[in-house]
Design a binder for this molecule. Structure first.
Ligand SMILES: [Fe+2]
Ligand SMILES: [Fe+2]
Length: 278
């Protein structure tokens, strides 16, 4: 028994800024042919769901139109940035509630043969909201009750670059204290694989014995002059083939029908890169 997950990410959809919608439509057509068992979007479904509910509603409709079972977790562009990094558009209760009402739960788990999927809200970590402690307890329980299953943790932001204690102070990774809280909740057993998005690059590497898989964006890449190169800039998604014996493969899929778009060519969406970091 193999359970196939299509991990899509960073779709950045909006009725106001449709620059990336054609790539999503091409991705959806590809997925309908490939027929994974489940599609999971690891966040930044929207251009700016944090301030525009219409972006969340639009993204919801486009995901429903794929015609396959799908689930999601939020990214910083959907529900706001971590308060310790930015106060322009902070993650808060109201933004979280819009996600819950429009898309669904922001943390959840699902058992498939040999595996437990554990999907969490990276923006909730360290937020101090009541749901922050609820999510940490949920992680603790989900790992404690996983018995012999492997664990696939899904989260919008990567934990780190090369070391679990590294912390360049920016929004690229889960910040250090929340990261430590998460690792404590995962316990000695930890996750088998951690799958994330957010950086808009594909990467597959091992940190402290755990496989970290970064999904590319279906929408756009950030140019090398603006963002360090960690992996591969591609337009596509990751297929996780989960085997019943607890092993898995993760493969970058870059359909020919998707175009590699550079955010530097679309200043109408987030402004000029030189003055505003995505
Ligand atoms: Fe993104
Ligand atoms: Fe993001």
């Amino acid at each position: 028994m193999i359970f196939r997950i299509a991990q899509i990410s960073d779709t950045h959809l909006s009725p106001r800024e449709p620059a990336f919608e054609a790539n999503f439509v091409a991705l959806a057509a590809h997925l309908r042919r490939s027929k994974p068992d489940l599609v999971i979007n690891t966040g930044d479904l929207t251009v700016d769901g944090a301030d525009h509910e219409a972006d969340l509603v639009h993204a919801r409709a486009l995901h429903d139109a794929i015609g396959l079972p799908w689930k999601a977790i939020p990214g910083n562009h959907d529900v706001g940035e971590n308060r310790e990094l930015e106060d322009r558009q902070p993650f808060d209760e109201a933004r979280r509630n819009r996600w819950l009402a429009t898309i669904g739960p922001d943390f959840w788990s699902l058992d498939v043969p040999g595996w437990r999927l554990l999907a969490i809200n990276s923006q909730l970590l360290g937020s101090g909201l009541a749901a922050d402690a609820e999510q940490t307890a949920f992680i603790d329980d989900a790992v404690g009750g996983a018995a012999g299953r492997s664990i696939l943790l899904m989260i919008h932001k990567p934990l780190c670059d090369v070391g679990l204690e590294d912390y360049p102070r920016n929004g690229r990774f889960v910040t250090l204290d929340p990261r430590r809280t998460l690792l404590r909740a995962l316990g000695a057993r930890g996750a088998t694989t951690i799958a994330c998005g957010h950086v808009h690059q594909f990467r597959d590497h091992v940190v402290a014995g755990v496989r970290h898989v970064w999904a590319p964006s279906s929408a756009f890449i950030l140019p090398a002059w603006f963002q360090p190169t960690f992996g591969e800039r591609a337009a596509g998604y990751v297929e996780h083939a989960l085997n019943g014996d607890g092993t898995a493969t993760a493969t970058l899929i870059a359909p020919e029908t998707m175009r590699l778009l550079d955010i530097a060519d679309h200043p109408e969406v987030y402004g000029q890169l030189a003055r505003k970091r995505v």
